[in-house]
Design a protein around this ligand. Sequence first.
Ligand code: ZN
Length: 265
Amino acid sequence: MSNGDPKCELCHGRGALDLPPDENGIPRTQRCECVLIRDVVRNVERGWKKLIRAPVLNGPSPLTENEAKDLWVTASMGMLQTHLRHVAVRMGPDWGFKVVTDSDLMVAWLANASMKGERIFDPEAQAPVSQEVMTLVDLMDPPELLIIRLGVKSARNAAMNEVFLEALTHRAHAGKPTWIVDSPQQPLGEGHLCWSYAVSEFLVNWTRVNLGVSPEEFLANSFTPASDLSLTPTGNGANTGGTKRVTVPGIETPTTKDRWSKKKQ
Ligand SMILES: [Zn+2]
């Protein structure tokens, strides 16, 4: 167990709190709040850099409870970050989510191709491909939930939709959930670099979620602001393995319209 904050009044720097022994008399501990907050922040940053700095969502998110399902999300970058942050801080320090882009998939696929000595026709791959670049399988296999942001790849590559489909098929075969995220400006449809008839066929039964482009629009259409944002610890999944939903005091603060407005460009 990692060290806690020496000034913490709960654990005095130990980082752990004792729980009553289990039924076999084995002593148990759980992460102290001070460690939990730090570990959750680290995990959110691991999944997507700077995600922790996204504005706090003032209300529930339709992404919640869908962590184990395939989802087709349409959202602006800002709305995706706000909603994903909301989910990630509640899923706790051990949630294995990872956000990648269609461009990352392509780079990983190109790395495979280059290792096999194939000629590469991709303007974004003019620089030599490093052997350290992850292969497509390295990228797709580990995450508990893989989130693929579409529309980041800009240079045309005829293989993009095939690589995307390969990623989706691979995840489905492994029995692992995937969220794909397109934007209102660049919907996944005809003309999109990732689109093909085969892709649209694959996605035909996926649940779709529209988060819109701005908090105001989202709140106006979907939810009324929650009044129960007081967060108290309710068992934080320490020493139990696996992912548990948590509430993390200190990470979430009540938001106001002002906070949203400040964030808008
Ligand atoms: Zn502590």
